[in-house]
Design a protein around this ligand. Structure first.
Ligand SMILES: [Zn+2]
Length: 308
């Protein structure tokens, strides 16, 4: 390919490498396309070198400047951060993960730490430790952390970081429960639960956003089991004693029915109750999901570009 050059390198080659990175394409496929069209082009090896010496360092450089300015903005301030992990197995024996931290008030990504380990359990905690350390080293004061439910992470936060309030990402919890309920209602005897799935999931988000204490969250959650059988005053509750809605026309479940028993059993699992009590009251963590979606698009499983 001819055309203008810079220091002896065709500018087109540089543009091609940047274009491949910016669109998340696989270089081997791009080169195969050129070959199929019989368009003379850069060799794979040369393209790899352009990635290594120009394109990837440039991405790092730009990100480092941007990251520094984001961290300067919150220097010494208290922030609420959400952390989430994206795991891939790029073809070799280990797993590759990137854990990102997001400033929830400003809706900006503060940091991404890459981790390579043998199993995903160890990875969540290792990545989180690195993310927390990075923020501490940069004088960011984390007052609250929102993560997915993860036993090792919960234990670590309780033991090692007792001053940081730890809560669970409401989006992640809602998604998990929706999946379980959707599976359950496929059984004929539980199909009367189906019209309630949407309300149950909305209830999870509403609890997250409208509550201030663990007890309030638990009372609101348990009130759902009354509401579903057309009881809207909640005896025994002290913080949430009555539903807030007006008159409703719905297909209420029947107390004592198999469906109601099953639903009660599901919604009062001790592990779920613990999680509901620790539900985050922010649901902007979907910003992190959005980042992972973009990452998946731009850095899909087989297109890791190594740097160094
Ligand atoms: Zn009600």
């Amino acid at each position: 390919m001819t055309g203008p050059t810079v220091n002896g390198m065709p500018i087109f080659h540089l543009l091609l490498a940047s274009g491949v990175l910016a669109t998340g394409m696989e270089c081997s496929k791009v080169l195969r396309l050129f070959a199929a069209l019989k368009i003379p082009n850069v060799k794979q090896r040369e393209l790899s070198n352009i990635f290594k010496y120009y394109a990837i360092p440039t991405v790092y450089n730009v990100w480092q400047k941007e990251q520094l300015s984001r961290l300067n903005e919150i220097d010494g301030k208290s922030v609420v951060v959400a952390s989430d992990m994206r795991v891939d197995s790029p073809g070799h024996s280990g797993l590759f993960g990137s854990g990102s931290t997001m400033d929830m008030d400003r809706n900006t990504i503060l940091d991404t730490q890459s981790t390579e380990v043998k199993n995903s359990n160890a990875m969540e905690l290792e990545s989180l430790k690195r993310q927390m350390k990075y923020l501490e080293d940069n004088n960011v004061c984390v007052t609250k952390l929102v993560t997915d439910r993860h036993i090792q992470v919960s234990a670590y936060m309780a033991n090692e970081k007792p001053d940081v309030e730890h809560s669970y990402n409401v989006w992640h919890l809602a998604k998990g429960e929706k999946k379980k309920l959707t599976k359950l209602v496929k059984k004929r005897k539980f199909k009367s639960i189906k019209p309630w799935i949407g309300s149950i999931i909305n209830h999870i988000y509403w609890i997250g956003d409208s509550s201030t204490t663990d007890d309030e969250r638990e009372e609101k959650w348990r009130s759902l089991l009354n509401h579903i059988v057309d009881i809207h005053k909640h005896d025994g509750n002290t913080l949430f004693v009555e539903c807030l809605h007006g008159t409703l026309e719905r297909e209420w479940l029947k107390q004592g029915s198999a469906a109601y028993k099953k639903l009660t059993e599901m919604l009062t699992r001790p592990r779920l109750i613990t999680a509901i009590r620790k539900l985050s009251n922010y649901h902007q963590t979907s910003g992190l999901e959005a980042k992972h979606a973009v990452d998946n698009q731009l850095a899909s499983k087989n297109t890791y570009h190594s740097y160094q």
